[in-house]
Write a protein that binds this ligand. Structure first.
Ligand code: SF4
Length: 428
């Protein structure tokens, strides 16, 4: 038992409260609900509410017959979005996503599922009604004057939905704006990352891209980065110990100077006290581009491999077909894409603590050589299957048909010699 950690449970007639509960400390892929980190819980007959160490609502899970499925839940992100975790109802969820649950988003339409959980009254009622429900429980403590319990209810009721909207706004102010997309690899930590913006804009401003800022690439200063880290530390407060992962934003952090990347990674690790996280290990995520990846020398990866993180670098390649690249208005050459692929394999083979992953798009109207061009890399250039170097496939448009996406993913996946997954574009 960790020193000073006390879990307290308060049973009442119609509900129970557990403060300082200990969840799982390793990110794990399971086909049943698990909760990570330290949190507090209110359990009623029909719903379970989880609150983080800042007493902010984090999860709601239904228990009654009304809830769509007792093994499904909703999670609130730091950007104050609610995400519904669906077990699928679709065979092969793990095959498609590398995860047992499909995060269904309340925005966009890039889900593989037809389910619309945010249209279900039980789900919207739980989300819209949590604050009133908790307030009414606070008034039925039956005279219990336990200081920790009273303090918990007072804090939770203060942190109502309008407070949480303001907090998300403050979160974005610190890092210089919303995170329009997280790397697909952040699924390994259930998207629980602390974002530090190291650079804005990107190199290509490709015509097809819906997540770009439209700005030219520009790195932040060390001073700006340190200020973000200090503000984030204060902002996350006690709940910092539930985090062990950092995302270096935004769209091409890899294009920043080596020294700036290492400076940020180390300062974040030290000041955010990742070595004292409740969660095991530490993970670093960043996006790169073909240009920034090819410009890095071998010494960069040697040093990155020595950082106290497992690092995932996700690179947007999109296609290996010149006609498709032209259609996408992505100004990179086939030769550079082939070099990127070869280098990804070499880096992944040589450096245990680094995994390079690649993104491709799929779309019904793309030129006919597009899908074969992806296979020309991930099947034809490899002599056998390799477990490292995930390939992520995302729909070119939100309106791509789900049937088409599933079929296209299946065709690529079954022939690939690298793991292939669907990329669910998720913001923070
Ligand atoms: S795909 Fe990447 S490089 Fe191209 S515009 Fe989008 S963020 Fe920028």
């Amino acid at each position: 038992m960790e020193k000073g950690h006390i879990t307290s449970t308060y049973p009442f007639n119609a509900f129970s409260v557990t403060l300082n509960k200990r969840g799982v400390s390793d990110y794990t892929k399971t086909s049943y609900p698990i909760r990570y980190g330290n949190y507090s819980e209110i359990k009623t007959k029909n719903l379970v509410y989880h609150f983080n160490l800042n007493s902010e609502i984090r999860f709601i899970q239904g228990r009654g017959d009304d809830w769509p499925n007792p093994v499904e839940w909703v999670k609130r992100t730091m950007g104050n979005d609610w995400v519904y975790y669906s077990s699928g109802g679709y065979n092969g969820v793990f095959d498609c996503l590398g995860e047992y649950y499909v995060p269904c988003l309340s925005y966009g339409a890039s889900s593989l599922l037809d389910a619309r959980p945010f249209n279900l009254p039980e789900v919207t009622k739980a989300i819209d009604g949590w604050a009133d429900a908790v307030s009414s429980l606070a008034s039925s403590l039956n005279g219990n004057r336990d200081a920790a319990l009273i303090d918990f209810f007072e804090t939770v009721t203060k942190k109502d939905p309008s407070f949480l909207v303001g907090r998300a706004r403050r979160f974005y102010e610190m890092i210089g704006g919303p995170i329009s997309v997280l790397p697909p690899d952040t699924r390994h930590v259930d998207y629980d990352v602390i974002p530090v913006t190291i650079a804005d804009g990107c190199l290509y401003n490709c015509g097809f891209c819906s997540v770009k800022s439209g700005k030219r690439f520009s790195a932040r200063t060390e001073e700006n980065i340190l200020s973000q880290i200090h503000q984030l530390k204060a902002f996350f407060g006690p709940d910092l110990r539930n985090y062990n992962s950092v995302f270096l934003g935004q769209h091409d952090a890899l294009n920043a100077a080596d020294e700036l990347i290492f400076f940020t990674a180390r300062q974040a690790y030290d000041h955010l006290t990742l070595n004292r996280s409740y969660m095991t290990g530490a993970t670093l995520f960043l996006f790169g581009s073909v240009g920034s990846f090819l410009s890095k020398k071998a010494s960069f990866f040697e040093e990155m491999n020595r950082l106290p993180y497992k690092t995932y670098i996700n690179i947007g390649v999109e296609s290996a077909d010149p006609a498709t690249l032209k259609y996408l208005r992505k100004p990179i050459s086939l030769e550079d894409i082939e070099r990127t692929f070869e280098r990804m394999m070499a880096v992944n083979h040589r450096f245990e603590a680094i995994e390079i992953t690649l993104n491709f798009v799929i779309g019904e109207n793309l030129p006919e050589n597009h899908a074969p061009s992806i296979l020309s890399l991930i099947r034809d250039r490899l002599d056998r299957p390799y477990p490292k170097g995930a390939i992520y496939i995302s729909p070119l448009h939100e309106y791509e048909k789900k049937r088409y996406m599933k079929d296209a993913l299946h065709v690529i996946k079954t022939q690939s010699r690298l793991p292939v997954y669907y990329y669910l574009i998720q913001r923070l």
